[in-house]
Design a protein around this ligand. Structure first.
Ligand code: SAM
Ligand code: DTB
Ligand code: SF4
Length: 359
């Protein structure tokens, strides 16, 4: 089948990620019999990654609550009575101490999140110092600070920021039902400028906000038809937080959640698909299905930003049950990749020689 390269040339090289997905094709994949969908997803996964390795990121809320935006799912919006106490930007030293602990716990990427519509100039010196300090520890750095000016982007890039997280959250159609203080186009604009500056992109969304199957498909089509696929694609299951407009949203069918992960894996074959918020509510069996469907990254640690996460002991036990190991940092992987040749060698039961790719 002919596909298009990132510079829009046609190629029949199946290893080149496609950027010309249509809604019809994606919807047809989503609707496949579950076993067929999972088989396709697992096949794509094995062609690009070691299926038994999962990357670990750790999150820290560096500025919590009091946010000017009105995202309907979020405990940190000043518009919703979630009872969360707002706090100021954390001191750089406290952030670095927490990052050191995360590294000792096996995280390879440190993601720092702030409840801002966008950073203020007065905050940027501290934010830059956080990026520099965390990077100096040998961790990959990720920030999620809301919208960015070109000047902010340039400063973060110079500081050594590896990834910028900015989720599109849902389909363009459903977006205005969830957020009114910024547009879908605003999100895409920030993503485009971050990408143009040469940073890696982390962008995904939330499943279970009352959206339709078409909304899930459309969200993934938007991500998979960007000029370049995001290197990381977080798929969050809504945590229905009391006091937010979505507090009473009925939970989604977990099988549909797995379908969404599988579709993300097939459409963005070289991206890390992160099984993100909502894992405390998931059984081991559901998480195992998500890994089988192609999820290969998680957030580790006891907390996400303001809510609970399973924590190290539970995740260690889960990984042991499933024979999954943590992934070393992408920089190391990229070096090893030049020598590895095969994705899945049936003569190598440990699969240590499997190919693992960065996005
Ligand atoms: N303020 C920044 C922004 O919105 O870009 C960064 C932090 S924000 C909390 C990061 C992402 O977390 C959101 O875009 C959303 O996808 C996810 N998120 C927030 N609250 C959530 C919830 N209750 N359940 C699932 N995901 C959630
Ligand atoms: C993402 O997609 N999920 C993370 C991270 N990117 C910043 C945040 C999840 C937040 C869950 C709700 C909370 O802890 O407040
Ligand atoms: Fe603010 Fe981000 Fe929460 Fe929206 S998701 S209210 S921008 S912290």
């Amino acid at each position: 089948m002919l596909t298009r390269t990132p510079d829009n040339r046609q190629t029949n090289d199946a290893s080149v990620p496609r950027r010309d997905w249509t809604r019809g094709e994606a919807a047809a994949l989503y609707a496949l019999p579950f076993n067929d969908l999972l088989f396709r997803a697992q096949t794509v996964h094995r062609a690009n990654f070691d299926p038994n390795r999962v990357q670990k990121s750790q999150l820290l809320s560096i500025k919590t609550g009091g946010c000017a935006e009105d995202c309907g799912y979020c405990s940190q919006s000043a518009h919703h009575p979630s009872g969360l106490k707002a706090s100021k930007l954390m001191e750089v030293e406290r952030v670095l101490a927490a990052a050191k602990k995360a590294k000792d716990g096996g995280a390879t990427r440190y993601c720092m999140g702030a409840a801002w519509r966008e950073p203020k100039n007065r905050d940027m010196d501290a934010v830059v110092a956080m990026v520099e300090g965390v990077k100096a520890m040998g961790l990959e750095t990720c920030m999620t600070l809301g919208m960015l000016s070109d000047e902010d982007i340039a400063r973060l890039k110079t500081a050594g920021l590896d990834y910028y997280n900015h989720n599109i959250d849902t389909s363009e159609r459903y977006y205005s039902e969830i957020i009114s203080t910024r547009t879908f186009a605003d999100r895409l604009d920030t993503l485009e400028r971050v990408r143009t500056a040469g940073m890696k992109v982390c962008s995904g969304g939330i499943i279970g906000m009352g959206e339709t199957e078409n909304d899930r498909v459309d969200m993934l089509v938007t991500l998979a038809t960007l000029d370049q696929h995001p290197e990381s694609v977080p798929i969050n299951m809504l945590i229905a937080i009391p006091g937010t407009p979505l507090e009473n949203t009925p939970p989604i069918d977990p099988i549909d959640f797995v379908r969404t992960i599988a579709l993300a894996r097939i459409m963005m074959p070289r991206s890390f698909v992160r099984l993100s918020a909502g894992r405390t509510e998931m059984s081991d069996e559901l998480q195992a299905l998500c890994f089988f469907a192609g999820a290969n990254s998680i957030f580790v640690g006891d907390t996400l930003l303001t809510t609970d996460n399973p924590g190290e002991d539970k995740d260690e036990a889960l990984f042991r049950r499933l024979g999954i190991k943590g992934l070393e940092s992408e920089a190391n992987v990229a070096t090893r990749q030049t020598t590895a040749t095969r994705a899945c060698d049936v003569t190598d039961p440990t699969n240590e020689g499997a190919r693992v790719q960065t996005g």
